[in-house]
Design a protein around this ligand. Structure first.
Ligand SMILES: [Fe+2]
Ligand SMILES: [Fe+2]
Length: 256
């Protein structure tokens, strides 16, 4: 049992990752877990891989990590995800690629606490509704008997769902949340990378105290302008013209 920092969806954003790690250190996090998508979208994939390797005790693969090393194709990507991942593939060092390719698809943080990236059985599933959670509760029970908590990422929004008997309830994310022993929880710590969000740039993560049975969501300011400038300079941002080309290519590929 420990005070865990939980983070996900870093997407090559070194500034946001450094800010979140500093905040977790300040709060006394003893172990840090990463729910995948270390790379993609932004210009520092190798630097983020190195920082995650150094700081995170548990790491699983996200879909962007798998696409970045060629283990998944671009079929379910948006245009800008595909474009930045093609750039990421060219940028990643051999060592980073080998490490990303070695990541497991799920992990157990401690007894009964499971880590996945998207859905329990589908790394590219966005769990955003109670119906998604209900479907995945069944998978969790079948694949991880006895699990009472599932941390997930991929949908880039801080969320906590509580399952009691057969009812699923989404809880408010503010303040310290007391986790009841008898309930099952699905928790998304949010995304470290906020580059695609319109609001103020905040790196999101969570603190999970398994001894006290509490959870707290954090939002940490970072230098979003620096991230954006690097992404533009190093070719991670899609131009409107290339966006149209990608859409045309997809339409042609979908033709019978
Ligand atoms: Fe992601
Ligand atoms: Fe993802």
């Amino acid at each position: 049992m420990a005070l865990y920092g939980i983070l996900a969806d870093i997407h090559g954003n070194r500034e946001a990752l450094a800010a979140a790690l500093a905040a977790l250190d300040e709060r006394g996090a003893q172990r840090i877990a990463c729910l995948g998508d270390v790379v993609g979208y932004n210009a520092d994939p190798d630097e983020c891989v190195q920082l995650v390797r150094r700081r995170c005790a548990s790491v699983i693969a996200g879909n962007h990590d798998l696409i970045g090393v060629g283990r998944l194709d671009f079929g379910r990507c948006s245009n800008n995800a595909e474009y930045s991942l093609r750039r990421t593939r060219r940028a990643l060092s051999r060592e980073s690629r080998a490490w990303l390719a070695s990541l497991p698809s799920s992990a157990t943080l401690e007894d009964g606490v499971v880590l996945v990236h998207g859905g329990v059985r589908d790394v590219q599933q966005s769990m955003t509704t109670p119906a998604d959670i209900r479907e995945n509760v069944a998978y969790l029970r079948a694949d991880f008997p006895g699990a009472r908590m599932c941390f997930f990422g991929h949908s880039h929004e801080q969320r906590i769902y509580r399952l009691n008997a057969d009812s699923i309830e989404e809880l408010p994310i503010h303040g310290q949340i007391l986790l009841r022993q008898e309930d099952t929880y699905f928790i998304n710590p949010g995304a470290i990378d906020a580059s695609r969000k319109r609001s103020r740039k905040l790196a999101e993560c969570a603190l999970f105290d398994s001894r006290a049975g509490t959870l707290e969501f954090l939002r940490v300011p970072y230098d979003g302008a620096a991230t954006e400038a690097k992404a533009a300079v190093f070719g991670y941002r899609l131009t409107p013209f290339t966006d149209r080309l990608y859409s045309l290519k997809r339409r042609l590929a979908a033709r019978p």
